[in-house]
Structure formats: structure tokens, C-alpha cells
Design a protein around this ligand. Structure first.
Ligand SMILES: Cc1ncc(COP(=O)(O)O)c(C=O)c1O
Length: 385
């Protein structure tokens, strides 16, 4: 919970804005990298989670690489000073110009998601006179036990290539002269809180890696994606995700010899360090008795609740009233789904109070839009207050 002094200092900024806790980001990265280095695991930050330049600058200092989902994300990472050799690039629908750019920049690996994409990378690499390193993004058919909107590794998913399809194309892939398969990639979903899922994942990966090796692929690295979840319910209880437990599970169950093991964490690095600060515009009560608080933020700043039905903990950081009421917190966008949460217990809330929507550092600002011609929200950093 933000202290009274911090809440007072926020009053001068134009709402809505993202507030980033720089100390927490540093602590999170220290925790992540100290354990990852112990195991010699390679970490890529999934840049789609948040592109904020100040955050990227901090993340870069910890020797983290980048995971991208588009050509512009590759560009953003390179412009932020990340070494192209630390960049992996996945995505089901890479455009020709995006692949050309990734080839030009000599990134670490293009994680290919269809046989046709592999063919295209091969053709564009030939055009550039290069042999390009790729990884096969395999669909492992795993239920990550998370919100269905953010699972990516079940058999029917659009992501990755089925093992059967790889099997029927082995000779073809191996005959291509301008791509070299050096890695295997999976990413099974996001906001994974049941850690035994990672054990199932390892068991699947072990089999896939063994099979691909038997098929003649010389894999140098295995990229097991991201997905580690955060505590949205009670962020104060768990500001830093339990990286140690995940790595211990991976260490125990992943059997891939001396191949490099890579991770692509997004949410677990930046979710808890960011919150969306909004201001109450109006109170009103519907004919059905629902007490609405209308804040000046909306789904255009933070779309997760409207898009996935995601939960964010909400607090009034201004009111010190003893009386608490149940409110529905809604935004300004012209959409009925623009509701941050219902039945939120808050102290008596008035026009002008600041309302914080917590754990919004990941997939908040990076998904912001200008729908309704809203301005994009600003950013305020805790060490500059
Ligand atoms: C391929 C890939 N890697 C990594 C991530 C990051 O996931 P998370 O933020 O859950 O760690 C995503 C998220 O969508 C992804 O699609």
C-alpha cells in the first residue's frame, strides 16, 4: 500500500498515469538473476509486457536478453541498447519485412511457428546471403491451468508447430541450406500459478528434445518460454515472484544435457512494480442500486479486466474515512465492458480521490490504445517523486 507521503506527492501529476516502483523492479531483477546465474540459465525479458524506456534501461543493466513478438519489438530492443545476439523472436504471423529486419540484425534466433515460415526465412536468408539460426517453436499440448484467454500451448492453439507436422517435414527442413535449427522453443501460457505445471512441461520438453535429436537436429538451446504468474489478489504479500521455486523444479525435472536453457519472463519481472493511478470523476448509483465510481482511467490505459476478465486489486489512496462501501469501479471509455472491478470495498469515496489499480506493470501500458481519442497515459517513477 502506498504511504500517505507518496500519495500526497502524486497529487501534482495529471491522471491517469502509471507509477513505477524502481526499487521493487531492481529487487525483482536481483532476485531473478542471482538464481538464474547460479544455474547458468539465460533470461530474456518478454518486451511485450512493457516497453517503457526507463524500465528497459534498468532491465538491460542486469544482463538480460530480450524476447520479441514483432519486428518493431526487435527494433525497440536494439534501440534500447540490447545486444542483437541476446534477442529471440517468436510470433505466428511474422511479416516478410519483419523477418528481413531480424535477419539483417543477426539476432540470436528466429523462433519459427510454421513450416511455411521456415521456408520463408530460408528464402529471405538466401536473398541476404546468410545462414540464419532458427528454433522450432513446438506446440507441446499442455494445459497450463491458467485463464484460457492466455494459454498458448494446447493442441488446438494457433501457436507453435505440432510435433506431427515437424515429423512429416523433417527431411524438408534439414534440406534447407539457409536456415540452421539450433534450438527448440515452447511457451505454454501466462499467469501460471500452479507450479506443478512446470514439472509437466519439463517432462514434455525432455521427450520432444530427445525426439528432435534422434531426428538429426543438433539443438544447442532449449527455450522454455515465460509464464510465471504473480499474486494479483494480494500483491503486498508477494511483491517478488517465487523464481527460486520455478528454477528448482526446472533444475530437477528438465533433462536436456548440457544444452543452454533459456527463459522468457515478462509479467513476473514487471507486473508488480507498476500501478495505474486514476482520479475519481463522479459517483452515481444505478436504478438497480449499484454504486458506481467513475474514474478518469479506462480500458484504453489498462485493458486486461475488459479483455480477459482479469482481476486487479484496487485501493483508494486518498480517503481516510472509516465508513466502507461496496463500489463498482468503471472507466471513461464508451464500452460496457470498461469495468475495472465490481463489489470493491473502499472507504467512502469522493470526486477527486486517487484510486490505484495495482499490479499493472505488465500488459498495461504496452496494450494501451487511443480509442475514443484518449491521450496515452504518462509514467512517473518512484525515485523521481
Ligand atoms: C512466446 C512468449 N514468450 C514469453 C511470453 C511472456 O510471458 P509472461 O509474461 O507470462 O512471462 C509470452 C507472452 O505472451 C510469449 O508469447
Amino acid at each position: 500500500m502506498l504511504s500517505r507521503q507518496v500519495a500526497d506527492k502524486l497529487a501534482k501529476y495529471e491522471t491517469p498515469f502509471y507509477l513505477y516502483d524502481i526499487e521493487l523492479l531492481n529487487q525483482t531483477l536481483e532476485s531473478l538473476m542471482s538464481i538464474a546465474n547460479r544455474y547458468s540459465y539465460k533470461i530474456h525479458y518478454a518486451i511485450k509486457a512493457n516497453y517503457d524506456a526507463r524500465l528497459l534501461q534498468i532491465i538491460r543493466k542486469y544482463g538480460v536478453g530480450i524476447d520479441c513478438a514483432s519486428g518493431n519489438e526487435v527494433r525497440c530492443a536494439i534501440e534500447a541498447g540490447f545486444d542483437p545476439k541476446s534477442i529471440v523472436y517468436a510470433g505466428v504471423g511474422k511479416r516478410d519485412k519483419e523477418i528481413r529486419y531480424a535477419i539483417e540484425q543477426n539476432i540470436f534466433a528466429i523462433n519459427c511457428e510454421s513450416i511455411e515460415e521456415i521456408d520463408l526465412v530460408n528464402d529471405l536468408a538466401a536473398e541476404a546471403g546468410k545462414v540464419v539460426n532458427i528454433a522450432l517453436r513446438v506446440n507441446p499440448d499442455i494445459d497450463p491451468k491458467t485463464n484460457h484467454c492466455i494459454d498458448t500451448g494446447q493442441a488446438d492453439s494457433k501457436f507453435g508447430i505440432s510435433y506431427e507436422e515437424i515429423l512429416s517435414s523433417v527431411e524438408h527442413i534439414r534440406s534447407l541450406k539457409n536456415v540452421l535449427v539450433i534450438g527448440m522453443h515452447i511457451h505454454i501460457g501466462s499467469q501460471i500459478r500452479e507450479l506443478h505445471v512446470f514439472e509437466n512441461m519439463c517432462n514434455k520438453v525432455n521427450v520432444i528434445v530427445e525426439n528432435l535429436t534422434n531426428l538429426g537436429f543438433e539443438l544447442e538451446f532449449v527455450d522454455v518460454g515465460g509464464g510465471l504468474g504473480v499474486n494479483y489478489d494480494m500483491p503486498e504479500n508477494e511483491p517478488i515472484p517465487n523464481f527460486a521455486s520455478v528454477f528448482a523444479i526446472i533444475k530437477q525435472h528438465l533433462k536436456v544435457g548440457d544444452r543452454e536453457v533459456h527463459f522468457e519472463f515478462g509479467r513476473s519481472i514487471v507486473a508488480q512494480c507498476g500501478e495505474l493511478i486514476t482520479k475519481v470523476l463522479y459517483n452515481k448509483t444505478t436504478a438497480t442500486g449499484r454504486r458506481l465510481v467513475i474514474v478518469d482511467g479506462s480500458m484504453t490505459e489498462l485493458i486486461r479486466p475488459a479483455l480477459y476478465g482479469s482481476y486487479h486489486n484496487i485501493e483508494n489512496i486518498t480517503s481516510e474515512a472509516d465508513q466502507r462501501l461496496k463500489y463498482t469501479i468503471v472507466g471513461t471509455a464508451c464500452e460496457s465492458t470498461d469495468v475495472f472491478d465490481e463489489n470493491v470495498s473502499l472507504p467512502l469515496t469522493k470526486r477527486g480521490d486517487l484510486i490505484t489499480i495495482k499490479s499493472a506493470g505488465a500488459y498495461g501500458m504496452s496494450m494501451a490504445s487511443r480509442y475514443n481519442q484518449h491521450d496515452l497515459p504518462g509514467a512517473v517513477y518512484s525515485d523521481e517523486l
